[in-house]
Design a protein around this ligand. Structure first.
Ligand SMILES: [Zn+2]
Length: 568
């Protein structure tokens, strides 16, 4: 039942005695059979003061004294508000003080503090409120003295928040309490005084303690610091050490070391995902150019009509849309290293210009009359067979000769089985840190499954699998085979189909694809669309490259993409 307090007032009175709390005790029910405690219809917890004390102490150490104080005041405030909602429904016939006293009495019943009212004045018309209370046995005083020793400032933060939250909600007006004396600063008890916000001269300062954003802004600051650190960590990862002990890999690294001391143009070959960019960055970092820029261009990701201006720059007005002078990647890399990735996708006219730059060390911006000298170490990378591209007329033979002075073949992961375990361990460290998980390595079956896998996507595929494994694995446990390969059959590498025939491991990729298709409830048409979308997105919108990846001609891919969508 709601009481209407606005029409009531009591005269200022001296110390008031608290009524019996028998009615409040009846609201408390222990329902141990289903593991719940109730205060009227609110679920409560009976927890150890010492455990809340350790949380309090960790907060103070973790986020600092002031943020911890304000956070705990708000926690107390929320509890006080909840008890006020309850208080409005009990003692319907009592006078204002006895009805209000539900709060202080619940606070005692909940074990927070002993409350003795010293002064209680309330006038709804004026309006006016003054409440002065003595607190004994504050749990916060006890724990704070134990953890931090005697204090100069009051420490009953949750209690004060409770009093403010309770009284504000109870009267429907903002009330703040101050701790005038706290036992943690000496003396035998605490004294608190509550007034309406408009009756405090420093109400704005008091209100700030309850503003919800102070904690959030602190978290926001921490989060942005974490982002910066994470980014630094990631950048370090990308140019990090080349991990591997297999003979094939060590051979490639040895060649890279020798090239680093010279200015020779390096051609990195290898399948997609073997880590060509990591090799190029390592070469740059080992060379005398390390302090200068490292610039990477993915030739397959740039639209053919823009590639020349991207590489060599363009003067204002050189072509439609060139509204300002554009500095090319060669100029950006001046003094440093330029990685031309997926070089096999470079259009023929750009190949001619690149050859000229390699021969003369000079570039010419589109639309410019003169040339500029640049000092750039070029590293080219490709996953396509450039000899075959020459034979097919898609790549200039003279450019290939120029680039092929110092080729380094990076072996695919399946030829580096001995490297899988150290690589996986290194990636586990990296992704464990990134996702804040502590994991106890890999299970034997997971390591075995990784050794058996064919790795068509090479190190990049391994990275993706380990990151997913880190996310899926139980914190504190080891990464299991099923965390890495969800559709791996249990048991050996052979599996019985539903019809009873034994399948070879080679069929597992198909099985997994089929299972995934069923799980996502995709039709064959939708699957085809999803694969085409993925290819186009991986190749940065370059249809020719996407089509090659899918074993189609560009025209075939365009046609299929232009059909009405099955997924719509
Ligand atoms: Zn105190």
């Amino acid at each position: 039942m709601q009481r209407n307090l606005d029409n009531r007032s009591v005269n200022p009175g001296p110390k008031q005695a608290l009524p019996s709390d028998a009615d409040l005790r009846r609201l408390l029910r222990f329902s141990a059979a289903d593991g719940r405690i109730w205060l009227a219809d609110q679920r409560m917890l009976l927890m150890h003061a010492a455990s809340l004390a350790s949380l309090r102490s960790e907060l103070i150490h973790g986020i600092g004294h002031e943020p911890a104080r304000r956070l705990l005041m708000r926690v107390g405030y929320a509890a006080g508000q909840r008890d006020a909602a309850l208080a409005r429904q009990v003692r319907p016939d009592a006078d204002v003080f006895a009805a209000f006293a539900v709060g202080p009495q619940l606070h005692m019943l909940e074990g927070a503090v002993q409350v003795t009212p010293l002064r209680f004045e309330y006038d709804a018309q004026a309006p006016h409120y003054l409440g002065v209370y003595r607190w004994n046995h504050s749990w916060e005083v006890e724990t704070h003295l134990r953890d931090f020793g005697p204090q100069r400032e009051p420490v009953c933060w949750m209690l004060l928040g409770y009093a403010s939250g309770y009284t504000s909600r109870y009267f429907g007006r903002q009330v703040f309490y101050k701790e005038q004396t706290c036992q943690a600063c000496g003396g035998g008890h605490c004294t608190v005084e509550g007034r309406l916000a408009e009756e405090w001269p420093d109400a704005e300062d008091l209100a700030r303690d309850y503003a919800p954003d102070s904690m959030l802004s602190h978290i926001g600051e921490l989060r942005s610091k974490v982002d910066v650190l994470r980014h630094e960590l990631q950048t370090r990862d990308e140019s990090g050490p080349l991990v591997g002990r297999s003979a094939a890999f060590r051979g490639a690294v040895e060649l890279l070391h020798k090239a680093a001391a010279t200015q020779v143009t390096v051609l990195l070959t290898g399948e997609t995902g073997v880590g060509k960019e990591r090799f190029a960055r390592a070469l740059h970092a080992m060379s005398a150019r390390a302090a200068q820029p490292f610039v990477a261009v993915n030739c397959a990701a740039l639209p053919g009509e823009l590639i020349e201006s991207e590489l060599f720059g363009a003067e204002r007005g050189a072509y439609t849309g060139a509204q300002s002078t554009r500095i090319g990647r060669f100029e950006r890399a001046d003094g440093g290293t330029l990685l031309l990735d997926e070089l096999g996708d470079l259009p023929l006219p750009a190949q001619a210009k690149l050859l000229r730059v390699l021969q003369t060390g000079e570039i010419e911006r589109l639309g410019a009359t003169g040339t500029r000298r640049v000092d750039v170490r070029v590293v080219a990378a490709t996953h396509v067979d450039l000899e075959a591209a020459v034979a097919a007329g898609r790549f200039r033979r003279d450019l290939l000769y120029r680039l092929n002075v110092y080729p380094i073949r990076i072996p695919p992961l399946r030829e580096r089985v001995d490297d899988i375990e150290p690589l996986a361990e290194m990636l586990l460290q990296r992704f464990g840190a990134r996702h804040d998980k502590r994991l106890a390595g890999f299970s034997d079956r997971a390591l075995d499954a990784m050794r058996q896998h064919g790795w068509p996507g090479n190190v990049r595929e391994l990275e993706n699998l380990i990151e997913r494994g880190v996310i899926l694995a139980t914190d504190g446990g080891a990464i299991e085979a099923r965390d890495l390969f969800p559709s791996l059959p249990q048991g050996g590498s052979m599996t019985l189909s539903e019809r009873g025939d034994l399948r070879q491991p080679a069929a597992q990729g198909t099985t997994a694809l089929y299972d995934e298709m069923k799980r996502l409830d995709l039709s064959l048409d939708q699957l085809e669309e999803a694969l085409m979308d993925e290819a186009v997105s991986r190749h940065g919108g370059n249809l020719a490259a996407s089509a090659r990846a899918l074993g189609l001609t560009r025209a075939q891919l365009s046609y299929r993409l232009s059909r009405p969508r099955a997924s719509c």
